[in-house]
Design a protein around this ligand. Structure first.
Ligand SMILES: Cc1cc2nc3c(=O)[nH]c(=O)nc-3n(C[C@H](O)[C@H](O)[C@H](O)COP(=O)(O)O)c2cc1C
Length: 185
């Protein structure tokens, strides 16, 4: 059974809503056990427990929150979690506010902890890709926002199940692409 940890910080709830959808996406793959935890309730043992982690933070000054960084500084399991698979997500206040930079900063921390970082070729929806993680402006409310979070979690669960070698769905031979804009309504 694959074990996925969705670990997040949130100040006003937006990244927390993303985290819930990421967890739902991971749980949609049969056989995946999911823990959804705010950093205030998580310990380093949650990182040890997991096979893969999706780590989320609000974007603060173009970076992860200081609380998330502090959590990793102090979790005490560096050197005990090598080889796990990691990805990240972030909510920002406005487009180009730095959420992708936050995702990459989180990934740097995960790499420092020995995680293998999951790059994702799929599009989750029209004009929503996941190459460096999932981002939303404020709360996830557009269908694409939620689809991106669900797809991030599911892809992580697939990577965990397949050992980071084969993360395609059954019968899938290439990236999912949304070439046509779906009709409204
Ligand atoms: C201290 C602080 C710094 C912020 N810096 C940025 C920023 O650099 N870029 C941005 O787009 N939004 C910034 N924001 C806005 C938050 O990223 C945005 O409101 C986000 O949705 C909050 O997520 P949360 O509800 O999970 O806390 C900042 C907010 C705070 C409180």
């Amino acid at each position: 059974m694959g074990k996925v940890l969705v670990l997040f910080d949130t100040q006003s709830g937006n990244t927390g809503k993303m985290a819930a959808s990421v967890a739902e996406g991971a749980a949609s793959l049969a056989g995946t056990e999911v823990r959804l935890k705010h950093i205030d309730e998580a310990t380093g043992e949650d990182l040890v427990w997991c096979d893969g982690a999706a780590v989320g933070s609000p974007t603060h000054l173009g970076q992860p929150s200081w609380k998330l960084k502090k959590w990793f500084d102090e979790c005490g399991v560096w050197g005990r979690v090598d080889g796990r698979i990691g990805t990240s997500f972030s909510s920002e206040g406005g487009h180009a506010g730095g959420a992708l930079l936050t995702c990459l900063s989180v990934q740097l921390v995960l790499m420092n902890f020995g995680f293998l970082i999951l790059g994702i070729t799929d599009y989750a929806h029209y004009a929503y890709t996941l190459h460096y993680g999932a981002t939303t402006v404020r709360e996830p409310r557009q269908p694409g926002d939620i689809a991106a979070c669900l797809a991030l979690g599911r892809k992580l669960a697939l990577a965990v199940r397949n050992g980071h070698v084969d993360v395609m769905e059954e019968g899938q031979t290439g990236p999912r692409l949304f070439r046509e804009k779906p009709r409204e309504g």
